[in-house]
Design a binder for this molecule. Sequence first.
Ligand code: SIN
Length: 303
Amino acid sequence: MADLSVKMAGVTFKNPIIPASGSFGFGREYEHLYPLSSLGGISVKGMTLHQRDGNPPPRIAETPAGMLNSVGLQNPGIDYFLEHELPNLATKGTIIIANVAGSTVEDCIEIASKIEGTAVDMIELNISCPNVKEGGVAFGTRPQMAGDVTKAVRDVTTKPLMVKLSPNVTDIAEIARAVEANGADAVSLINTLLGMKIDINSRRPVLKNNVGGLSGPAVFPIAVRMVWQVANAVSIPVCGMGGVSRYEDVIEMMLAGASTVQIGAALFTNPTAPIEIINGLTNWLDERGIKNISDIIGGVKPW
Ligand code: SIN
């Protein structure tokens, strides 16, 4: 059987499949469906320094081939995670990625410092949430700011540091280069694309926040394009995400240059998608006699 293991930023994943931050909580809602040890890793819900309730509802809306969310980083805070969720996750035999979503650079430093010395395997620094007024995408749309927050976290952590990039920019490769130059070990992309849906009868936006982040199959070709652009712009590995719902999407994303792949919106309609995808990958590789999945990374042949 093909070897699905991949190495990214010095971390070995048993396979490249990682439920994306915000779509899998801390794993508890899924562990009765399949062993979490089947997964390459888990990126937990984005965590702030203190507990947050998020934005007022409605904050989820269905769209053609996708969904909008304006959750606004609802989470129990880093201390709760470290005390109540990490001990459970640490028994699951999978790579734990802590998504850090501080409102300020100082918050990001404090959260990363608290994670140092814990069982977390990797930090995913979220500079791309479109649903909050402070932090989030405000960090991720300017190269200087993206570089500064990356450096600030780099200075306080020895954990592998992955930075999650926003697609809501003109040149995502420029942002990727800025975070690489400031110590990122990997980049993950894409977070959601800013979108809007209006109820034509009430003339009100469907989301109370007016706008939200679009994810799901509708964004997949944009994600592949950006993964390809970034993979060609930096030397650090890329974790691809955005609308991945089938094993074929994972192969496409890896050919574009992704070393690992996160599954997000697909989990809301098909909670067992990661397992189906892992099985599909094995069959696809075996049918073609490809022994190691890492051999397909960046294998696209552009015209
Ligand atoms: C949210 O909680 O608003 C989504 C998180 C994100 O887009 O980073």
